[in-house]
Design a protein around this ligand. Structure first.
Ligand code: FES
Length: 126
């Protein structure tokens, strides 16, 4: 009968080393704009750390989503905002800025990022 071993017992450190080697992505809070840079009902493209995001102001609430449309890479942040839906300027796919979900297929989502307002500064965690 084969001996059963506790995988953690008698470890030579290999398991711990393997966990140490796993890169855990850290998010960073980056100032991307001033509140006054994005009036209500408007969108701006911002590029914190080289990543293009559509920064949206809906009735004073800010949202940030990936600027790259999942259809063919169109610049979502250059589209028209209608309520909470942003329309990609290339072929008209519509995205809910609150969730990143496609208007007709909510299972398809662009990435969204947390936004924090501190005074007049708008920060995004990426
Ligand atoms: S690239 Fe956005 S709808 Fe086609």
């Amino acid at each position: 009968m084969a001996e059963q071993r506790d995988p953690g017992a008698g470890s030579d450190g290999a398991v711990e080393a393997a966990f140490d080697a796993i890169a855990v992505p850290m998010s960073a809070r980056i100032k991307v704009a001033n509140v006054s840079d994005v009036p209500e009902g408007e969108v701006r493209v911002v590029e914190p750390a080289g990543k293009a995001l559509a920064l949206v102001n809906v009735d004073g609430a800010f949202f940030a989503l990936d600027n790259r449309c999942l259809h063919r890479g169109g610049p979502i942040g250059e589209g028209e905002l209608d309520g909470t839906f942003l329309t990609c300027p290339w072929h008209g796919w519509r995205w809910d800025v609150k969730t990143g979900a496609h208007a007709n297929n909510p299972g398809v989502k662009v990435a969204c990022y947390p936004v924090t307002i501190d005074g007049d500064a708008v920060y995004v965690d990426i």
